[in-house]
Design a protein around this ligand. Sequence first.
Ligand code: ARG
Length: 458
Amino acid sequence: MAKLWAGRTDGTTDQLADDFNSSIRFDHKLYRHDITGSMAHAAMLGAQGIITKDEAAQLIDGLQGVLDDLESGALTFDMTCEDIHMFVEQVLTERLGAVGKKLHTARSRNDQVALDLRMYLRDEVAEIITLTEELLEAITAQAEIGKAAILPGYTHLQRAQPITFGHHLMAYAMMLLRDRDRLADCRRRMNCSPIGCCALAGTTYPTDRRFEAAQLGFDDICRNSLDGVSDRDFCVELLSDLSILMMHLSRFSEEVILWSSWEFKFIELSDAFTTGSSIMPQKKNPDMAELVRGKTGRVYGDLMAALTMLKGLPLAYNKDMQEDKEGVFDAVETVKMCLQVFTGMIATMRLCTDNMRRAAQTGFINATDLADWMVAHGLPFRDAYKISGQLVARCIADGLVLETLPLSVYREYSELFDESVFEAIDLDACVERRISEGGTSVSSVEAQITYVKEMLAI
Ligand code: ARG
């Protein structure tokens, strides 16, 4: 097919080169933003007298027609076109004749594609923010349910100290809140208009970049035209933020997988978010969590690909940059799916609080509290720590736990012990005493839930 850019060359290219060069099979996703951007461009050209007001009106009408027909399905993408920008311009020119050819005055595909991608991604980021907030709501609802459910808190995956399930869940809420804020910040920096940078050097036409930026809802314009057309920081930044978000979901997934194993059984996932085995009838697999964990690698890969693609590029636009889109689209789609599935999985899981408590009753997770009791009765912490350790060893030897070890045995290790030690090592008391801000007591967890709700304004 003859190219719109035929001129210096006759525009006939090898079929293989055409296919290799073409990006319409993935950048057609940008059609709505491309057309909206072009409407603002036509309006600016008209307002500045670069084309007549009537021509601008014809272009805007024509573009609206292309948009409507694409939305209704009356018009389909021509996959032999080089990219979405060429496709829209080609259809417009077919429909309007000579006026259609005026649209591309005072712009280049270099600033056009940068504009489209920023507009597309700022909408997607807004959607991802909403989905993150929905997950946060599901987490806080479950945290409310499990705010007094005691289970072991772990370090090194060894039982460490008693905590509540609500406390554990709210740790993830804090991570996701940071993710939400990082995304909002990324969107703010992304919302800067490159249109009018043209190919690289700006233009001789009396354009008004700020008019176009304002029409399209941008907060600012890119201040250097070379940077405007070659900056893909907004892609890298978004991919970084999405990678961090996925890292959080992946860690959470790992715990969901552990918790739903028979060894833990702290939670039961709903049938709707698990799968069976084709051979083992007893199986109920946490596939959703495993897939989220698996897809995390893919989003990291998208980030690495973008960073690597950009690292050796001289200014300004280089065709390498066409490779920005598939990775960022893939990451956006992946994260949106993961967030939705994750929210469903968390909202429908059932807490097995008896199993949590049973696990908390073994493992001597009140040994720190035992040491603290001795400190409160005058012993230096190091001595108390040692005696507590010796008592744990004694329990293991006698097949007992600290709660069932007789007071007479305690007193073999220190004269200080009396009956009140048993109140101090009671699991509920251990949790309830941890009232420090951010701690695991029910009131501290309630404060965390309130904080997150405030941040979400729900
Ligand atoms: N399809 C191209 C891309 O995605 C559009 C920009 C083309 N610019 C150019 N000078 N060939 O990057």
